[in-house]
Write a protein that binds this ligand. Sequence first.
Ligand code: MN
Length: 446
Amino acid sequence: MLQQLLAKLPISDFKQHRANFFEQMPNNSIALFKAGSEVTRSNDTEFGFCQEKNFFYLTGFNEPEALLVMIKDEQGKESTVLFSLEKDELHEIWHGRRIGQEKAKQVYGFDSAYELSEVDAFLPDYINGKAQLFFAFAHHDFASQVFSWIAQVKATFRTGGKAPSILKDSAEIIDELRLIKSDNEIAIIRQANIISGKAHQRAMQKTAVGKFEYQIEAEILHEFARSGARYAAYGTIVAGGDNANILHYTDNGDVLNDNELLLIDAGGELGGYAADITRTFPVNGKFSEEQKALYQLVLDAKNLAVNAIKPGMSFAKLNELTNEFLTKGLLDLGILSGDLSELISEKVVKKYFIHGLGHWLGLDVHDVGSYHANSEREQHRPFEPGMVMTIEPGIYIPLNDTCVDEKWRGMGVRIEDNIVVTTQGFENLTQDAPDTIAEIEALMAK
Ligand SMILES: [Mn+2]
């Protein structure tokens, strides 16, 4: 079954990711990647575990606390070592199964695997004599562990110990690798989009005046899980009325009122990869004239940006297109006033379109990879085939904005699709979340 096949990347893909990283390592170097840790929620209970995404990208291995070591010797011979939690019958009865070292080698294809308790005995020897060492500079807890191993090697200088003198941030390589998605990665994000689109449909059908935001959140999570995406990729946003004007609203605790819009930003995680979809629709199933006007403007802006995507395009150029389009639209609606070209050059639209047009999408919902942003915050990186991004224009008019006619206040509209750049242009992965006024009203009338 397609859905089953795509629920997780095959192990050969994770090996390929390691091969791609090895290719960028010089001879006589070593790279260290730490797995994620469990995070306490309260007292002795933990949040659901989420693997550190670079570690996951290189291994597919989903246990906490493990360490991946990648070694390229002086002749260029490559080897991998995994340190992971030891098999422990009593612990496993309480907390769940562990893969253990033998199976880790067999299933995940590491050259060697040892118990985590041995890591301090092995690491100084691995590091000793290497010219370069790669690790993630952003993870400062792990960095201090790395420096303690380096210090141990340096302490042996009289007997020939030599620590790496060149330290490199592994993120510089791995962020770029992660930015360009393989066909299999795209297939998983496509499937995550199908599941998430169905969840948005269900939300539209279950929404009614008087229900609470978190009840609609439950409908979304229900659809994610029953379709194979066990977890949401990020905190689901279900924001009725003026709550839509809080960008990262996740309280989801208010009642849904008649004549208000509902903004839902929700995506499922599949095989570690995220979908990130936003839809906005009327709580009572029928757009008012003002809601229709504002919604159609944002929808047209979204489609304008999406249809312009192709290799060589950039967020900076797309932003220019959509900013101009939205400025003209808001001027026509009387929400902005003044001279069009002046409003455009002064970027007045940013008062109502307060966030960026989009972001990279992948293992992280706000995925890694440089945007080539300049000091003006313009993102000039040319798009390349295999890049996956969101396009999500939005217009937000808070209830307390006295600059505009009362009829517009308290509306927040965002529409967000997930797009992959292809050699020909683009593929819109978000096919199953309705976005036209006619589609939405028809679905909600059922
Ligand atoms: Mn997004």
